[in-house]
Design a protein around this ligand. Structure first.
Ligand SMILES: Cc1cc2nc3c(=O)[nH]c(=O)nc-3n(C[C@H](O)[C@H](O)[C@H](O)COP(=O)(O)OP(=O)(O)OC[C@H]3O[C@@H](n4cnc5c(N)ncnc54)[C@H](O)[C@@H]3O)c2cc1C
Length: 309
């Protein structure tokens, strides 16, 4: 078992670090920011494949994560819960490839105006601040060390094996210019007692989702390709809330708790591979788009396998 550096302390880096430590490796997470200042902290936390490819690998990774989240949901300290909700469709031929990973789903019966069909199913909902803190704590218990540092090149790290899990910034480290930021804005409302989530991603007025997570409800969203402004826009928030209120009237009047913007690391295909450069083994694990939480355990599994080649 060797020394491994994991560059990145978001959901991908932390999950990889935990799995690698579980295999007996000595792991150091090197991260420019703390977990609260990552895109992962902004995620709604619903298990749902969105803006990630290729479809077959996404399904395989997602299935591994589903199984792991099922185990984690038994312990409330993880921040993982299983909740019923609905995916709404406004086109006659929606992409249902993800349902192969979700055995129990049924047609929705009570559809809002303009919605052609819907699927009711039970999926993991992850309260990200709680979950990221849990991952950090589990990593520390497994012997993972943490260093706050901005890495310029994998070659600068002393370890022989480097896992690059730096999200959108991974391309800078590896000379990969295929990553594109896809800006997402959310507003979190005080939860009036909702438990059911809702996804309406082909809403003609804009991507819409509602994800209750304990005492707050994450409401979104946007998906602006190439946009990089990290300041929440009041106009965008107003439009999100109008769409949300139309679908979930009980949220009208719920106080705003917080607001956030994150840049999804979108790539033509999620990159999980191994190359040798500058005398090191470099394993990439980035480009998870809008599905980093959804794919995290499956991708970490592949990273473990790649370290053993
Ligand atoms: C609004 C929104 C909602 C979302 N909702 C969901 C959802 O419901 N479900 C889902 O599955 N996904 C969702 N996502 C997508 C998900 O958030 C991302 O896919 C995921 O966070 C990517 O994780 P990551 O660890 O690769 O990147 P990040 O979380 O961005 O972490 C990157 C890490 O790398 C570090 N880093 C970067 N560069 C360097 C460097 N040079 N040196 C050292 N460290 C470095 C950073 O400090 C950070 O720790 C959503 C995203 C957004 C924006």
């Amino acid at each position: 078992m060797g020394d491994i550096a994991v560059v990145g302390g978001g959901v991908i880096g932390l999950t990889c670090a935990l799995r690698l430590a579980g295999e007996g490796h000595r792991v150091e997470v090197v991260s420019a920011t703390g977990p609260a200042d990552t895109v992962s902290a902004v995620a709604g936390g619903l298990w749902f494949p969105y803006r990630a490819a290729p479809a077959d690998a996404v399904l395989r990774w997602g299935q591994v994560s589903l199984r792991r989240f099922a185990e984690l949901a038994r312990d409330p300290a993880t921040g993982v819960a299983w909740r019923e909700g609905v995916v709404l469709h406004r086109t006659p031929d929606p992409d249902l490839s993800w349902t192969a990973a979700v055995p129990d789903h049924r047609p929705a019966t009570d559809l809002p105006p303009g919605v052609l069909s819907g699927l009711v199913c039970t999926l993991p909902v992850v309260t990200m601040p709680t979950y990221l803190a849990w991952l950090v704590q589990r990593c520390a218990s497994a012997g993972v060390s943490f260093r706050s540092h901005e890495v310029a090149r994998p070659a600068e790290l002393p370890q022989d094996t480097v896992v690059v899990a730096a999200g959108l910034r991974s391309g800078d480290l590896l000379g990969d210019d295929t990553l594109v930021p896809v800006r997402g804005q959310v507003v979190r409302l005080a939860n009036p007692g909702l438990t059911r989530w809702l996804v309406d991603d082909d809403n003609p007025a804009g991507l819409t989702y509602v994800i209750p997570r304990g005492d707050n409800v994450v409401c979104g969203g946007t998906a602006d390709e190439g946009a990089t402004d990290l300041t929440p826009s009041p106009e965008v928030e107003h439009a999100i809330l109008a769409r949300v209120h139309a679908l979930v009237p009980s949220l009208a009047g719920a106080p705003v708790v917080s607001r956030a913007v994150g840049l999804r690391p979108v790539r033509p295909a999620v990159r999980v591979d191994r190359v040798e450069r500058d005398g090191k083994v470099v394993i990439s694990c980035y480009g998870h788009g809008g599905s980093g939480v959804t794919l995290s355990w499956g991708c970490a599994e592949d990273v473990v396998r790649l370290t053993g080649l």
